[in-house]
Design a protein around this ligand. Structure first.
Ligand code: ADP
Length: 453
């Protein structure tokens, strides 16, 4: 301010001096007017520069002015810089916030008071089939065409979520979305969505499983109850009595087998994966299976030709009782489904890629190709009555598949109707240990070559 006053006085004095020089005392007085005008003009030019700079708002290109205008520029620049920093900060926060919502596994859509899409994350775009560029500012009710969503949107009652089919959902490949609207701000809405297809499928599977188990248990229970009633009400002779008791015992053991298979499955699902520290000798595994197979064949009154090839000194890393349960199921199936005149062959084979395969082949009825992919489903049977007659639970191959997966192994099924079937478990090389004395031909090609080199 002082500087401004000083420049004004200086300008006036200079103008007086020039006026006095040219026209004496009179001229000094007249010189005051142009002096004041010149000062005012110069000041206006500086004010105009400052004003232009403020209008453009480019804080990096500040005008070089001194005095009062210089201070105005300086203060304005500081205020503008602070505002710029705050704007940058808010922008960064908004970016971080949107990035967090983008990363959400659930769909998030922001709707304006007219129900138009203001913003959507990628998950919601995928779930609803929105085009992130094209569909901005479009009415959500025009894009989500399901009628139940339309009436939900219009109802204004958003306390509960609704389930709608996702785009491209079909009866064979259903897609289920759970969606809910949450009002916020002034008339705005937040649309949240979740893909619950897998959850719904798991729920359907759980319901089917419970229904199947109940059915499987109810059948022998009904038979048992019938026999008990007969024994209680009818005067039977000793022979009839013992026949009934034998039938009852059959049904009881059927239930026992079912419960035992169910427990095996639940243990497989609930226990940690088998580590690589426990080793099971192939010879022990095969000899136990052979004993069981021969005993079962005798119980069923069969006399198939049974071959168990001599096992090489190989050990498999994995839980013994799980491996035994898997191989026993395969062998028991082969024995149960193969007629007396048929054959069952169990053998070990080293595969060229380093894996080792334990296969069970039979000359039984074989399985039609359309059933093969479903055989490992729980309670799936090609021939219900044949399975039950031979004591099957429909859970055997589900157990085998589980055990194979837990040991990183692959279950291979080959079958031809009228010729026979082959079920093989191929163990990965890192789960096999060849003991000293193993014939090199029993080892994978790579290992034999490395040894001879
Ligand atoms: P199950 O207890 O009924 O044998 P599995 O899960 O072991 O149940 O097998 C599923 C179905 O696969 C069986 O019901 C049977 O129809 C078919 N199957 C399994 N193994 C054989 C086999 N070796 N020969 C013919 N069919 C078989």
């Amino acid at each position: 301010m002082l500087w401004r006053f000083f420049t004004l006085v200086f300008s006036l004095l200079l103008a007086c001096l020039i006026g006095w020089w040219f026209a004496g005392d009179h001229g000094a007085l007249i010189g005051v007017v142009p002096g004041a005008l010149a000062w005012l003009a110069l000041d206006s030019v500086r004010a105009a520069r400052v004003l232009r700079w403020l209008r453009e708002g480019d804080i990096s290109d500040t005008p070089s002015v001194s005095g009062l205008w210089g201070e105005v520029v300086d203060r304005a620049r500081r205020v503008l810089r602070l505002r710029d920093q705050q704007a940058q900060q808010s922008k960064q926060q908004l970016q971080d916030f949107l990035a967090a919502i983008q990363a959400s596994p659930n769909g998030v859509v922001l709707l304006d008071p007219q129900g138009r899409i203001e913003w959507t994350n990628q998950t919601a775009a995928l779930q609803f089939g929105f085009d992130v560029q094209r569909d901005m500012q479009q009415q959500v009710s025009n894009l989500v065409r399901d009628p139940s969503f339309g009436s939900y949107y219009a109802s204004g009652a958003y306390e509960r979520e609704i389930v709608i089919p996702g785009p491209g959902s079909t009866a064979s490949v259903p897609v289920k979305l759970s969606v809910q609207l949450h009002p916020y701000g002034e008339g705005r809405k937040l649309l949240l969505s979740r893909d619950i297809t897998a959850m719904e499928q798991a729920e359907i599977m759980r319901r089917d499983f419970v229904a199947n188990v109940s059915h499987e248990i109810r059948t022998p229970l009904t038979v048992l109850a019938g026999f008990i009633e007969t024994l209680q009400t009818l005067p039977l002779d000793a022979q009839e009595r013992s026949r009934y008791l034998a039938l009852m015992s059959q049904q009881a053991s059927r239930m026992q087998t079912l419960v035992s298979d169910l427990l095996t499955l639940s243990r497989l699902e609930g226990s940690p994966l088998p580590g690589a520290g426990e080793w099971t000798a192939l010879a022990v595994l095969m000899s136990q299976c052979e004993q069981e197979a021969r005993a079962l064949s005798a119980t069923l009154g069969k006399s198939q030709e049974m071959t168990f090839s001599a096992p090489p000194p190989v050990e498999i890393a994995g839980t013994s009782h799980e491996l035994l349960s898997a191989v026993s199921n395969l062998v028991s199936n082969a024995v149960r489904y193969t007629p007396s005149s048929g054959s069952v062959k169990v053998q070990w084979r080293a595969l060229p890629d380093g894996r080792g395969e334990l296969s069970v082949q039979d000359s039984g009825p074989g399985i039609a190709p359309e059933h093969i992919s479903r055989l490992t489903e729980r309670f799936y049977r090609v021939d219900r009555s044949r399975s039950r007659d031979t004591g099957g639970t429909g859970l055997g191959l589900a157990i085998v598949k589980h055990v194979a997966q837990r040991h990183g192994a692959e279950l291979k099924i080959d079958s031809t109707v009228g010729v026979g079937s082959s079920f093989a478990i191929a163990f990965p090389a890192n789960r096999l240990r060849y003991l000293p004395g193993a014939d090199t031909s029993e080892r994978p090609a790579t290992e034999s070559a490395a040894e001879s080199g």
